[in-house]
Design a protein around this ligand. Structure first.
Ligand code: MG
Length: 202
């Protein structure tokens, strides 16, 4: 399976990192080795002093598709979940500066938290609220209504480049409120008040 991630999909997050608003979705990949096994703690990697959480809505692909039209995209997923795109922000800043790829900052072991999935029919996907709590305080409070590109547009867009296969997961971008994690933080992700994951930072 592969993990396809979207960057810069919420205007306020683009502002908080002082990034340029993209004309097309920003896309990068994480390998399957990036997935943190369920119930494992997240260990801050030794190569970074500034690892950030980014909570994101996840889409799980349910069949093979390529060049999917936006109007048919809904047929390619049944489940929606929540996860974290852990980012070594200091490493990413150095990559950006030099115009280098982001993988060392974004695709390292444990950088993909994949929480529980729920049937998409449980939700209004155009108006889905989700939160990240750090040590019981809300640090990110997002809603899919603020996405620059909607889920079906993202499925269509990425399928122009990558054949989507059953089990692939799309990370749809983070809202504002990203921040640094430190040892002993507890991160809880909720989607319409349903808990999707709980992670301890080591
Ligand atoms: Mg992200």
């Amino acid at each position: 399976m592969k993990i396809i991630c979207i960057g810069r999909n919420y205007a306020k997050h683009i502002e908080e990192l002082a990034n340029e608003k993209p004309e097309e979705p920003v896309v990068f990949l994480k390998p399957d080795s990036a997935i943190l096994p369920k119930n494992n703690p997240f260990f801050i990697p030794s190569f970074s002093e500034d690892v950030h959480y980014e909570v994101e809505v996840l889409v799980k692909i349910n069949k093979v598709g390529k060049h999917i039209a936006t109007r048919f995209a809904h047929k390619y997923y049944d489940e929606i979940g929540l996860g974290i795109d852990f980012t070594a922000r200091d490493v990413q800043a150095r990559c950006k500066e030099k115009g280098l790829p982001w993988e060392k900052a974004k695709a390292f072991d444990g950088s993909a938290i994949i929480g529980d999935f729920f049937p998409k029919t449980d939700f209004d996907l155009e108006n889905l609220s989700f939160q990240l709590l750090k040590n019981d305080s809300v640090v990110q409070d997002g809603n899919t209504s603020n996405m620059l590109w909607k889920i079906d547009e993202l499925v269509s867009y990425v399928s122009q480049y990558f054949t989507l296969k059953k089990g692939d997961i799309i990370f749809t971008g983070t809202p504002d409120g990203v921040g640094k994690v430190k040892e002993n933080d507890v991160l809880v992700g909720t989607i319409e008040a349903k808990e999707s994951f709980q992670i301890r930072v080591k």
